[in-house]
Design a protein around this ligand. Sequence first.
Ligand code: NDP
Length: 310
Amino acid sequence: MIKVLFSARPAAWDEYEAPLRRAFDAAGLDCDLSRDHAPQDTRYIVFAPNGPVKDFTPYVNTRLVMGLWAGVETVVGNTTLTQPLARMVDDGLTRGMIEYVVGHVMRHHLGMDAHLAGQDGVWRDTVYPPLAKDRPITVLGLGALGAACGQALAALGFPVTGWSRSQKQIDGLTCLSGDDGLTTALSGAQGVVLLLPQTPATDSILNARSLALLEPGAFIVNPGRGPLIDDAALLAALGSGQVGAATLDVFRKEPLAADDPYWSHPRVTVTPHIASTTRPDTAAQVIAENIRRGEAGLPFLHLVDRKAGY
Ligand code: NDP
């Protein structure tokens, strides 16, 4: 029997137990899934940072730690974690992120807020929104989520430029990389979607200098991570009109403090880190596939590069 330890918050067990058992059966894996295997017997760990395992030292026979989350910034620096770490790439998570990003981009693109706030019996002079083809959007981060969101926006007609660390080629997107690429990607953008991981290299990537490159009145959608944005610079850019609106799902400190200026800003929408989440049914299949690979001696999927931090 392959001993698989489930280490996440208690409520997650109720969500994941049945889908994991189904996925193991479907993959023909003889797995013993439990929340309390002895460390030396544990071959795989299904892991979330809010679960009981914090020290990986005793898990000497563990072949892979399989994160349930896409973001790994809270575990990647754990010095006791010497086992390989996989992050979550899940079709359900990706679909949820596409829906969130497309929804908020369309809302800002169509100027919906003005109509929602203007239901007051006054028939105003109509301002037609431009067509998507005339609204360049930039997506920072072209991984599992950024590439999928960029392609969904491109399918709606937006000219989409994406930026990543390594140079990519993705159908329908203009792909850039490197420092010059970032400047080009942001210059004249009317909307920016942040889907970078939180690493030392991405901290405050949206700052006074980079925000100044955008088309005045541009909107920001950040479902990536809070530290990608220099908050003081964003508030200043909102104040000057350089940024027209922002949808923020993630923050340097979560939960966002009740007196944070983002809550009361009329052109900021705060969502409480709900852009998307791992969906047990599809995620269980990814976990089963990685165990199948481990048992067959094949390379694992979605391994984290510890040095790069994601
Ligand atoms: P991936 O690891 O698949 O993609 C990350 C992308 O960012 C890659 O394209 C990578 O480049 C790029 N990148 C990383 N560092 C740099 C850098 N220094 N300069 C330029 N590009 C860089 O991650 P996902 O797409 O799966 O997820 C992205 C993030 O979304 C997660 O890290 C997490 O923080 C966030 N997230 C938020 C959720 C929410 O509900 N709010 C839910 C899930 C995820 P390259 O391709 O060259 O490696």
